[in-house]
Design a binder for this molecule. Structure first.
Ligand SMILES: Nc1nc2c(c(=O)[nH]1)N[C@H]1C(S)=C(S)[C@@H](COP(=O)(O)O)O[C@H]1N2
Ligand SMILES: [Mo]
Length: 333
């Protein structure tokens, strides 16, 4: 059990936390290196990988380690404690496998993640079908520690593994009239028990403006905690858009389509007044049924844990604020 005693969300050093502290130290060292003019992101990898290897958390299934991952600081330093792998992999939203937080971990073993292809199509010069292996080869993978803030009011801090989606976008060469990117996820009634239920329109679709999709923080994600994604987290490839509410981060992607019109997204179709297209994390714009001003960090829900203040753009304002200069964020929520 964790006993919360001190400021900044740090607890007594139980084994699962040593991970976070060592990773944090590794990143502090890297900050010094970078300040000294060295670009070597790879230098930090030993620190965080070794620390992650020490984690005593049992894994629900044996997952192959991802080859060639290096740590990166790209725009996303957080000194917060990592959420335990156990929590990240057992408290999920993946409605194709049920609407309970515990359903995906229970049910997603039926998802068949190999072979896997992602079609890239629409307003681009080079439409193509990419196998998962093609995608993995396309760019070097990095480890990025991002907050994920669900619209329901909880958050986690997760070391994702992947590369900027912009790497893929540059390869396929969007045409001048491409303004949006649509992300279509798998809807297979044979392996996904809740596809066919009426809770959402399937397939689960998400969308970004092209400049949002091109932003270096937008991560095409293949793993977490140095391993491939477990099924319930959106294997074998998902999106992570850390400054937006969690539902923008589509799981188990099968198609990426470039369009000139704003895509109709699953949650926007389900309740347009509750879930806007942008869905930037914004403590000043409430969900019509609840406040967005604070959040509960998963793993800190003990008796005395107080809620955290939600940060504008989930704490990534310095990196992404410029994308929305001059926009009325109450109107474009
Ligand atoms: N295909 C698909 N992607 C999805 C969802 C979903 O139901 N289906 N849920 C979203 C929501 S609401 C959140 S908060 C995040 C949760 O990601 P996690 O379970 O890996 O934390 O995934 C998002 N991506
Ligand atoms: Mo969410």
């Amino acid at each position: 059990m964790l006993i919360k005693t001190c400021r900044d969300g740090f607890h007594h050093p139980v084994s699962s936390e040593i991970t976070a502290r060592d990773v944090y130290q590794g990143r502090r060292d890297l900050v010094k290196l970078m300040a000294g003019g060295l670009a070597g992101a790879a230098m930090a990898s030993w620190a965080s990988r070794a620390a992650l290897a020490q984690s005593a958390t049992p894994r629900p299934g044996k997952l192959a380690p991802l080859p060639g991952v290096r740590s990166s600081l790209t725009g996303a330093v957080t000194m917060e404690r990592l959420t335990d792998y156990k929590d990240v992999s057992s408290y999920n939203n993946f409605y194709e496998f049920g609407t309970d937080k515990s359903d995906p971990a229970q049910n997603a073993h039926t998802l068949k993640t190999s072979p896997w292809t992602v079609e890239i199509e629409g307003l681009i010069k080079k439409p193509a079908k990419y196998t998962l292996e093609d995608l993995l080869k396309l760019s070097a993978q990095e480890e990025r520690i991002y907050r994920l803030r669900c619209v329901e009011g909880w958050s986690m801090v997760i070391p994702w593994v992947g590369y900027s989606l912009s790497e893929l976008i540059k390869k396929v060469e969007p045409l001048g009239n491409a303004k949006y990117v649509e992300f279509v996820t798998l809807a297979d009634p044979k392996t996904m028990p809740f596809v066919g239920s009426r809770v959402l329109a399937w397939p689960y679709v998400e969308g970004l403006r092209l400049d949002e999709a091109m932003h270096p923080l937008t991560l095409l994600t293949f793993g977490m905690y140095g391993e491939v994604l477990p099924n319930q987290s959106g294997a074998p490839v998902r999106l992570v858009v850390p400054w937006k509410y969690g539902f923008k981060s589509g799981k188990s992607l099968v198609k990426i389509r470039f369009t000139d019109k704003q895509p109709a997204t699953a949650w926007n179709k389900a309740a347009a007044n509750e879930y806007g297209f942008f869905s930037n994390v914004n403590p000043n714009v409430d969900h019509p049924r609840w406040s967005q001003a604070t959040e509960r960090r998963i793993g800190e829900d003990g008796l005395f844990a107080k809620k955290r203040k939600t940060l504008m753009f989930n704490g990534y304002e310095a990196q992404v604020g410029q994308l929305y200069a001059g926009m009325d964020l109450k109107k474009f929520f």
